[in-house]
Design a protein around this ligand. Sequence first.
Ligand code: ADP
Length: 259
Amino acid sequence: MSRTDHSEERAADAAVQPVVELSNVDFGYTTTPVVEDISLRIDSGEYVAVVGPNGSGKSTLMKLMLGLLRPDTGETRLFGEASHAFDDGSRIGYVAQHASASKEMPITVREVVKMGRFPHVGFGRLSDADHRIVDDALETVGMASFANRRVTKLSGGQRQRAFIARALAGEADLLVLDEPTVGVDAESVDAFYDLLESLNEDGITILLIEHDLGAVTDHARRIVCLNREVYFDGPTDEFVESDALARAFGTAATFVGGT
Ligand code: ADP
């Protein structure tokens, strides 16, 4: 088989390779299980929200997916590799709650976004092409006019956009967001979800952990509803019609501003 055949084969593999795959995963910090028998697969181009009450294991599940925790039993894979062994961090853009790590950093938005290029250039200087990628990322998230502003001077929503721009500059395939709109004002939240939707339309896979059910049912295409176990995994409209919400959250839960 020629080299070309091999590279075509790899490209074909990548197209069918799940971005995230969990098989029969159990995990507990102590002997008490926090997540149990989780099997799920996220394919390239999906927009998936993981929902569940506080303490239901959402953040733990995300850490397992990303290989930050190892399952007690079962397997987790990222882009086809065992998650704990996966080392191409630039393929994953992670946006934390409050993007809190940035709060103390006295650096500008552009400097944050430039960090996205570092895995691609090593210790070398950024080329003109790298700077163009940074500019495009700033433009895409609507932060070009804030490029020289310090991250500490941004609103919550602007800060989250800056971190998304960093992921875009790094050419991430998967964007993982952990309750990204906590503390962000309502108008900016809508604009933020519109941005995620357009990035997803451009082909980025989105994995969102969210407590705001209205926001996820308005935007995500697939819902995984968790409370230690998976109570529901399927299209958003079927989730809204199902009783999974009441079962996972208790009967008091309702959709606020949802579909
Ligand atoms: P969620 O993100 O849905 O709020 P978490 O995954 O943070 O849920 O937590 C699930 C359970 O695991 C909770 O009971 C929480 O107290 C516990 N837990 C989370 N992190 C740790 C930790 N580092 N050590 C021990 N227990 C933890």
